[in-house]
Write a protein that binds this ligand. Structure first.
Ligand SMILES: [Zn+2]
Length: 308
């Protein structure tokens, strides 16, 4: 018997990743291309071309539906984009579910990329078997997803989980959301990079602008250690807020922090020290497994669970 297959796309501010996924989690035809920044028509056109390409590459009869994971705030039920930053120009307000369904006469499911990543981890990754957990992804900004009783908390209009915009410092650094003192202004990878460049210069960056954070540097370089300890304190503060709000069994961290074992360890130690003890008694803190493919895996589960 033919396997049910979903066409899946993960639309980010820099790349669109895409591929075909079967119900049992086999990913094929995986590719990525630069996100089209030429406004609404440019991006919609690109999405339609990618879906076409994947349908051609598959046996058309197997396609159960089209799953779209997108950066920004997404109304999963209605299938529209509530808000996207300038990283996805012209994307705010687009009713992408109807556009895709009308064009391809196939069902389309859409959700925010971190929600999709959390589902990916829950069905195929490190969060298998967990019913209550919080997932945060630390990159240019900070995204979040909250899973309660094996279901995502979407909130009233679908925007729940904007972890990066928890305000953790009154009158603090200005954020692109319009407020000051947001979590991502202190705990994102960009925030740390800015601190390091401002205080220590560029020598801590690799030629391609990545980090050169080494455990030996952390241990021997007092100035770097001070900056890192400040960063660790801020990342932990946000996690502690989430623990106290949702009392999850686990916190799963994707993106920048998950690439550095020593950083994850320091953050965990800080959280265990400072959160109220009942909240950390059996708490697990660990990195994501599927990382940049988690959202593709996650959005495919919508297709197979919502479409029979
Ligand atoms: Zn903000």
């Amino acid at each position: 018997m033919e396997k049910r297959t979903a066409v899946c796309l993960d639309i980010g501010g820099t790349f669109i990743k895409y591929g075909l996924l079967t119900e049992d989690g086999e990913l094929s035809n995986f590719k990525k291309q630069k996100t089209n920044k030429n406004g609404t028509d440019g991006l919609i056109g690109q999405v339609i071309e990618i879906v076409k390409e994947l349908i051609i590459q598959s046996d058309e009869n197997q396609i159960t539906g089209i799953g779209i994971s997108s950066a920004g705030q997404v109304n999963h039920k209605k299938g529209n984009i509530l808000f996207a930053t300038d990283n996805l120009p012209g994307w705010t307000g687009i009713d992408i579910k109807s556009i895709i369904e009308n064009h391809f006469k196939l069902r389309c499911c859409i959700d925010n990329d971190v929600n999709c990543a959390a589902l990916g981890e829950m069905y195929f990754g490190n969060a298998k078997g967990l019913e209550d957990f919080v997932c945060i992804t630390i990159g240019t900004g900070i995204g979040g997803a909250i899973v309660k009783d094996s279901k995502l908390i979407h909130g009233y209009v679908g925007s729940a989980g904007e972890v990066g915009h928890m305000i953790i410092k009154a009158g603090g650094r200005r954020c692109n959301c319009g407020n000051r003192g947001c979590y991502e202004q202190y705990a994102s990878a960009s925030a740390l990079k800015r601190d390091i460049i401002e205080k220590l210069g560029m020598s801590y960056l690799t030629p391609d602008n990545g980090f050169k954070l080494l455990i030996t540097d952390y241990q021997t370089d007092q100035k770097l250690r001070n900056i890192m300890n400040g960063y660790i304190k801020y990342v932990s503060m946000g996690i502690i807020n989430l623990l106290h709000l949702f009392n999850p069994a686990a916190v799963i961290i994707g993106g920048f922090v998950s690439e550095y074992d020593f950083l994850l360890k320091k953050i965990s130690e800080n959280v265990y020290q400072k959160a109220m003890p009942e909240f950390t008694r059996d708490l697990m803190i660990f990195p994501t497994l599927l990382d940049n493919k988690a959202a593709l895996f996650g959005v495919s589960t919508y297709i197979f669970k919502e479409i029979q």
